[in-house]
Write a protein that binds this ligand. Structure first.
Ligand code: C5P
Length: 237
């Protein structure tokens, strides 16, 4: 995999007015952009179509979680947009996950179905509150294994979880890791951050990076520096 294809720029902005200048200023330095709930709710699928028509790849991060039929239909619609990756909640259960994977596989342009295990905003106490008895890591590993056996192509996981998931589940699936900060950049509201080098060493295949690129004086330069770091880390791995 090319180092450039391993960087995903999170377009965490309110609308196309903010997103498109960033995409243009990044130019050739990155190819994949994450469109999440905020931007998608504001702009709808046309922005996704426009990004893809301009040669970019889109990671559609809408974290589907519903009955299998509804999730399959949403995945079909996302596949028709030709997104490269999309997310579903592993806690939707194996029937929902299999329905998502099957809907993706029926597309002429199958997107990678990534499962979200436990949101990093949740603590062990939060899990108890919703009736989950295990701790966060146990639940991450449990849902990760469930998503793998349902045929999902990968998982979204913090660097710490990535290491454990690789140890438990082995190779052959994508791990997409947020919470990445190149050395010397601000952590923002991320409680635990890792460098691109550490994330790759932990087993991440893709890194999601938002503010260190979006808020850089030169977003193209910031993206290129991360791609170069990924390349070095992958060579050393
Ligand atoms: O700006 P920053 O690099 O922190 O953005 C990280 C991106 O990854 C955001 O879109 C955020 O919602 C997402 N994310 C995260 N932590 C998770 C899952 C997703 O930061 N556990």
């Amino acid at each position: 995999m090319l180092a450039k294809d391993r960087l995903i720029v999170a377009l965490d902005v309110p609308g196309a007015t903010q997103a498109l200048p960033i995409v243009h200023s990044i130019g050739e330095a990155a190819t994949t952009f994450k469109v999440g709930k905020q931007l998608f709710t504001a702009e709808g699928p046309q922005l996704v179509r426009d990004l893809i028509a301009s040669g970019r790849k889109v990671f559609l991060d809408l974290k589907y979680h519903d009955i299998p039929n509804t999730v399959a239909a949403a995945v079909k619609s996302a596949s028709e947009l030709r997104v490269t990756m999309l997310t579903v909640h592993a806690s939707g259960g194996s029937k929902m996950l299999r329905a998502a994977v099957e809907a993706a596989s029926q597309s002429p342009h199958p997107p990678l179905v990534l499962a979200v295990t436990v949101l990093t905003s949740l603590s062990d106490v939060d899990l108890q509150e919703i009736g989950v008895s295990g701790n966060v890591l146990t639940q991450v590993l449990r849902l990760g294994a469930l998503a793998r056996s349902a045929g999902c192509g990968g998982l979204v996981a913090s660097a710490k979880e990535a290491r454990e998931l690789r140890r438990e589940l082995g190779e052959g699936f994508a791990i997409v890791t947020p919470g990445v900060r190149p050395a010397g950049t601000a952590a923002g509201d991320q409680a635990r951050v890792v460098t691109p080098t550490d994330a790759i060493a932990a087993g991440a295949t893709h890194l999601v990076v938002g503010r260190p690129i979006l808020e850089a004086t030169d977003p193209a330069k910031a993206a290129a520096a991360i791609v170069a770091e990924i390349e070095r880390a992958a060579a050393a791995d």
